[in-house]
Design a protein around this ligand. Structure first.
Ligand code: IPE
Ligand code: MG
Length: 250
């Protein structure tokens, strides 16, 4: 064994540090479809199927919160058939798999403006959220018709509507007005599809996240890719602006 592979295997043997909150930007469905000479909606279908496959795997880790970016406020600018196709796929997915999600004790949450989505999708989301509301396993939050800037604007509007006095507003109070109220900050943010940006996703909640970018297109993102993200996370030192403690140095 040469030095490089010894170092690699020593790193692998280090115990994994499991993040409490993982957020994923599953990018690359369109390019995957193009690569396979399929329509873009087929790429979204493959992406949703991959999400389903991975969920079973991620659920084996003690990850408490998983937050997925499904549709952004900017995605309305895409062709109508793609947008409608995606809405249909998500509605179908919820209907087909909500019992399975419930049986796994997962809680489903929606982040974003639900009232702007088609009635059928709203119904599916609302009934899935109320069915799983008291579950105590992983909280699966789906950001759908979500924008980070819009989330902050919506929070400010509700703060004002509630008549909260300026001196009563601090970071904790403000967080309680975000769509993500009750969720902790994101520990690990994963983005696939070889794009190095946040795209208006959880801009408040990722202030101190660790970022992991993968080149692989989302429908091809495997269990091994997920594990690579976890081991990369495990090797990082999170100091939150402080200095390394003596204990951490040992
Ligand atoms: C991500 O895949 C899924 C959504 C934004 C809904 P894309 O559709 O952005 O895929 P690319 O970037 O065009 O490959
Ligand atoms: Mg994209």
């Amino acid at each position: 064994m040469n030095r490089k592979s010894m170092v690699r295997s020593a790193i692998r043997k280090k115990p994994l540090v499991i993040p409490s909150h993982v957020a994923i930007v599953p990018d690359g469905n369109g390019r995957w479809a193009e690569k396979h000479r399929l329509p873009r909606v087929a790429g979204h279908n493959a992406g949703i199927e991959n999400m389903h496959r991975l969920l079973q795997y991620i659920d084996q880790y003690p990850i408490k919160y998983l937050t997925l970016y499904g549709f952004s406020t900017e995605n309305w600018g895409r062709p109508e058939d793609e947008v409608k196709g995606l809405f249909g796929l998500v509605e179908e997915f919820i209907q087909d798999h909500i019992n399975e999600i419930h049986a796994k004790n997962m809680r489903l949450r929606h982040l974003g403006r639900l009232d702007e989505l088609p009635a059928g999708l709203q119904r599916a989301v609302n009934s899935a959220a109320s069915l799983t509301r008291d579950n105590t396993g992983m909280t699966l939050s789906v950001a759908f018709n979500y924008g980070g800037k819009r989330e902050i604007v919506d929070a400010v509007r509700r703060l004002i509507a509630d008549g909260i006095a300026p001196e009563k507003i601090d970071e904790n109070v403000f967080e309680g007005y975000l769509y993500t109220a009750g969720l902790p900050g994101v520990d690990l943010l994963i983005r696939t599809g070889d794009e190095l940006r946040l795209s208006n996703f959880l801009i408040w909640q990722t202030a101190y996240s660790e970022y992991y970018f993968a080149k692989v297109l989302w429908p091809d993102f495997s269990r091994e890719d997920f594990d690579n993200a976890l081991s990369s996370y495990s090797r990082r030192q999170r100091r939150f602006g402080r200095l390394q403690t003596q204990q951490e140095k040992c």
